[in-house]
Design a protein around this ligand. Structure first.
Ligand SMILES: Nc1ncnc2c1ncn2[C@@H]1O[C@H](COP(=O)(O)OP(=O)(O)OP(=O)(O)O)[C@@H](O)[C@H]1O
Ligand SMILES: [Mg+2]
Length: 276
């Protein structure tokens, strides 16, 4: 269980800004017990995400990114340390949150719009208003009107991911957690969807924790990038990305982009995750 000490509400270092709640992790660790003993997946992970900030977590496969996201959502208990979300110690699953998984996890028997509305139905939101909001978000994410009645198998991979993002936003959560949402998409679709997500985020300024393997995607989207090392998962670097928004599709033309990319690359070299 997460340790709960002190008052139920505490001051975070950074104030809440438009739309989003701050997330603070302090000394979070996670151990799994297995047949061959205890495995430490996360060790002493601390971060301080401001309300409305877009933060990416980048690290090699198996370093504990998904575990950290599930702990942040309150869906998996940490073995040690604590999380403070919106000024409250995290003690149960977050409800004011939207989660996008790597796999779109859409229901095959519901249309695109009805998949988005599922979230509203579960939360017992007024359906007429939710329908309007769902259509608006799908529009912002580039889903044409004629595709909204299609079933998931009738949508392209990129469209399915867009629908799952819309489903995570329909209830206007103050926190969005995204676990490699574009991992299965082709490079062209990834660039477009990255841009669409950035515009949508600029409009709403939710707090976003975005997990990715892609250096370009992390720099293209984030205010800050947290770099993780494996075995055990730790945060080894934290890079503030000072580039104007919206960011261009081709980032490599910008000298500062290249400097950020080089820094992340060097962190992976030091960890031995890559060799050249
Ligand atoms: N429930 C569990 N029981 C035992 N070990 C687990 C469990 N969940 C995760 N792990 C282990 O913890 C480590 C981190 O897993 P996690 O899924 O968080 O990695 P990841 O960084 O998200 O990887 P990827 O980029 O491949 O998705 C891995 O070694 C994984 O096998
Ligand atoms: Mg993962």
């Amino acid at each position: 269980m997460l340790t709960v000490q002190g008052p139920a509400a505490i001051e975070t270092q950074q104030p809440v800004t438009a739309g989003g709640a701050p997330i603070v992790a302090r000394g979070v660790g996670k151990q799994f017990a297995g047949k061959s003993g205890i495995f430490t997946a996360l060790e002493d992970v601390s971060f301080d995400i401001r309300g409305g900030e877009f933060v990416s977590l980048i690290g090699p496969s198996g370093c504990g990114k998904s575990t950290l996201m599930l702990i942040t959502a309150g869906l998996v208990p940490a073995s040690s340390g604590e999380l403070v979300v919106g000024g409250q110690f995290l003690q149960r699953p977050l409800t004011d949150v939207g989660i996008v998984f790597q796999d779109h996890l859409l229901l095959e028997f519901r249309s695109a719009l009805d998949n988005v509305l599922l979230q509203a139905q579960i939360r017992r939101l007024p359906l007429a208003a939710a329908r309007g909001e769902g259509e608006r978000i799908l529009g912002k994410l580039g889903i044409p009107e004629l595709a909204r009645d299609r079933y998931p198998r009738q949508l392209s991979g990129g469209m399915r991911q867009r629908v799952s993002i819309a489903r995570a936003l329909i209830h206007k959560p103050s926190i969005l957690l995204m676990d490699e949402p574009f991992g299965a998409l082709d490079a062209i679709t990834r660039t477009q969807i990255r841009h669409d997500l950035e515009l949508l985020w600029m409009e709403t300024r939710k707090t976003v924790l975005f997990i990715t393997h892609s250096i370009e995607e992390a720099i293209g989207l984030s205010d800050r990038v947290l770099v993780m090392s494996p075995n055990p998962g730790r945060i080894v670097d934290e890079i503030a990305i000072d580039l104007p928004r919206p960011r261009p599709a081709v980032l490599g033309e910008d000298a500062s982009f290249n400097a950020y990319a080089e820094r992340i690359h060097r962190a992976f070299l030091r960890m031995g995750v890559i060799k050249y």
